[in-house]
Design a protein around this ligand. Sequence first.
Ligand SMILES: C[S@@+](CC[C@H](N)C(=O)[O-])C[C@H]1O[C@@H](n2cnc3c(N)ncnc32)[C@H](O)[C@@H]1O
Length: 376
Amino acid sequence: MTLNLIDKNVIQTCKFLLDALYLKHKQLYVDLFFYEKDVLFGDFSLEPLVLVGILQRQKNNKLRAQVQVFPMSGKFICTDFNYSLHRKRGKTFLTQKDGVWGILPEETPVMAKKVVVHRGDIVLDLATGSGMIAIFCADRAQRVIATDINPKAIHYARFNAILNGVDDKIDFRVGDLFSAVKGEKFDLIVWNGPTVAVPETSGKYPIYSDGGIDGISFTRRFVDSALDYLTPTGRLQWYDCAVGTEKMPVSMEYLQSQWNSKGLRVLYHSLTSDAVSLTKSFAIYEKYNLNQPSFKTPLSCQAVTKKEEEKWHVWLTSSGYTHFYYAFVEVRPATKFSLTFQFPDKDVRSDRYLTRFWLWMSYARIYRMLKWCEKL
Ligand SMILES: C[S@@+](CC[C@H](N)C(=O)[O-])C[C@H]1O[C@@H](n2cnc3c(N)ncnc32)[C@H](O)[C@@H]1O
């Protein structure tokens, strides 16, 4: 694996170096950790970053980032580059089956900052990926358990917890959904899991994104057993992404059918001012790819056939699914069941149809996004 866990002191020294780089050499920081440029740096020694595998020295003595390092509120989170300049075949940027999910500003940082942790909470961060949410929860929680099905993600998350000095508060475990916490109860369960709706293929999508044909294969399993893992006053929060009809995401339809007799208050905070049209999204995506002959950024790690895509579109249409939904969901104990939808006047998510990745953003936009994350 890229990141070396051997020496805790060296990892913690890296935190000081990243701080100094980010504060005093912001453009160089972005060149390294957002644009993957090879850079020469002589102001102070970055050797510890090389030792732990964050940077690699090239033959010309320049340094190259091996992971993306996302800075937020004095913390630094290492992830894989979802799309890497150094992982291309021809014009196609390749995703990795076991890649550790990168940070998109309007997703993980929002969860990490907005999650409501009470002092003394025992928190479960499911599908932790790089561990960012768990690491921010650790500031207030008594203890955090963080799990992921991908051993590489747990390795990165452990590294990130040491880097940010919270490794003594977080217990990292590999496992599918709740399998690593059988019999345990939590005051708060949070997650941002695999929720992208994708065509049915035999494993052509990375583990981090494959939410099944409607985006809720993980969510459905979560709803089926989540309440068994909650204390009587326990709360839930997650990033919900699913297809749906014009009126309702399929995730909430399922949740309602399973939990309507439970004492729970469910708040659905949409990130867009209305449901997002599937037809429009697909058309924009296609046009974007046609207008972008110089490179391709498929979500899948193996080519998805036209037949697989068409089959999916037919399934969506015949099931009456015409829209995409993005939201944060909060669940609290209550006397009876209620589900409330809240749509903001203005989109919170700026990428309504296409996810924009860092490599293709200007410096100004990256600085703006980082500032936006700071203020969350
Ligand atoms: C979109 S990524 C988000 C990661 C992290 N929560 C974040 O916000 O950056 C989804 C994560 O879900 C994990 N995952 C996928 N299927 C899972 C399962 N069945 N059980 C546990 N984790 C799973 C993936 O390995 C990946 O780390």
